[in-house]
Design a protein around this ligand. Structure first.
Ligand code: C2E
Ligand code: MG
Ligand code: MG
Ligand code: MG
Length: 285
């Protein structure tokens, strides 16, 4: 089989497979089996990507992104890992792992005089666990992490489904009351329902990078992004632009009143030691 061939040649299995192969049951079950082992051995890693505040030019927030390189199957990128983890339920374990790591890291930075908010990605399945609020509060307590240093990103798909699930909305409100912030990720790509803007306790949204890429040369997209930023301002929400790769994009976003930028132009996702050099002592948080 393809799988045996790639493994025999010592190549990266996951990268060598086509999209159809990824969707096949046998690939999924191999990934699932290896993921379970990796989770038990805490063999996942976290990279952090900084966001720069456009009013102060300081880094006040970093996003935590999961990384997994398995000794047998190689690197499994998040775009393959997360959907499989969501289907198998292992996303809850990935979520706890990321939460714990993020809180520990936030405390370490705060103790070093550079309090930085860490933003973690979540799936709705994690919030279907009735103990989610308790779990989060316990991890904050155990790690001594102040709640305002934690932010939770949800996707538009999450938001749309949450509208119909009162228990999820109430869990979000409980966490918000403790000082945890919620951010809407990949804004503009999903379901463009404004009802969840009205219903959910969201303090921020992140404009998806597919809108940021063409702003320099496409007037229509530029107008769209400017409109999104104004929309955010009138709702008193923080607006972050994702996938910012050039200086020209930064100036357009700055001009339009965007609050913060994240992307390769500033930094790729990196290990903590490699982004600390960008931090300046701050009292913002
Ligand atoms: P996301 O939350 O929208 O994260 C941003 C993604 O864009 C990251 O991909 C990041 O590496 C990439 N990126 C950042 N700046 C740039 C840029 O300037 N140009 C380009 N082309 N890409 C950029 P990554 O790390 O592969 O993650 C992909 C997605 O997987 C994330 O999208 C998020 O939805 C999901 N994800 C990652 N970690 C976790 C996790 O711990 N839990 C959950 N539930 N989802 C996660
Ligand atoms: Mg995100
Ligand atoms: Mg995003
Ligand atoms: Mg994304």
């Amino acid at each position: 089989s393809v799988i045996q061939k790639v493994q025999a040649e010592g190549g990266n299995l996951i990268m060598s497979l086509s999209k159809a192969d990824h969707e096949s049951l046998s690939t999924r079950s191999i990934i699932e089996k290896r993921l379970l082992i990796a989770l038990n051995q805490k063999d996942l890693r976290v990279l952090y990507q900084p966001q720069q505040d456009l009013t102060t030019d300081e880094i006040t927030t970093v996003e935590a992104l999961v990384r997994w390189e398995d000794s047998e199957i190689g690197i499994v990128p998040p775009d393959i890992l997360i959907p499989i983890a969501e289907e198998t339920g292992l996303i809850n374990q990935i979520g706890s792992f990321m939460l714990e790591k993020a809180c520990e890291q936030a405390v370490e930075w705060a103790n070093a005089g550079t309090p930085i908010r860490i933003s973690i990605n979540t799936s709705i399945r994690e919030f279907r666990d009735k103990n989610m609020v308790d779990t989060i509060l316990k991890v904050l307590e155990r790690t001594q992490c102040p709640p305002h240093l934690l932010q939770i990103e949800i996707t538009e798909k999450f938001a749309l489904e949450a509208e119909a699930e009162e228990s999820i909305v109430s869990q979000m409100r409980k966490l918000q009351a403790k000082g945890i912030k919620f951010s809407l990720d990949d804004f503009g790509t999903g379901y463009a329902s404004f009802r969840y803007m009205q219903l959910l306790p969201l303090e921020e949204f992140k404009i998806d990078r597919s809108f940021i890429a063409p702003i320099v040369y496409q007037e229509k997209t530029r107008a769209l992004v400017q409109g999104m930023i104004q929309f955010g301002r009138s709702l008193h929400m923080r607006v972050v632009a994702e996938g910012v790769e050039s200086e020209e994009q930064v100036s357009i976003l700055r001009e339009a009143g965007c609050d913060a930028i994240q992307g390769y132009q500033l930094s790729r996702p990196k290990v903590p030691q490699d982004i600390e050099t960008l931090f300046t002592p701050n009292e913002l948080l």
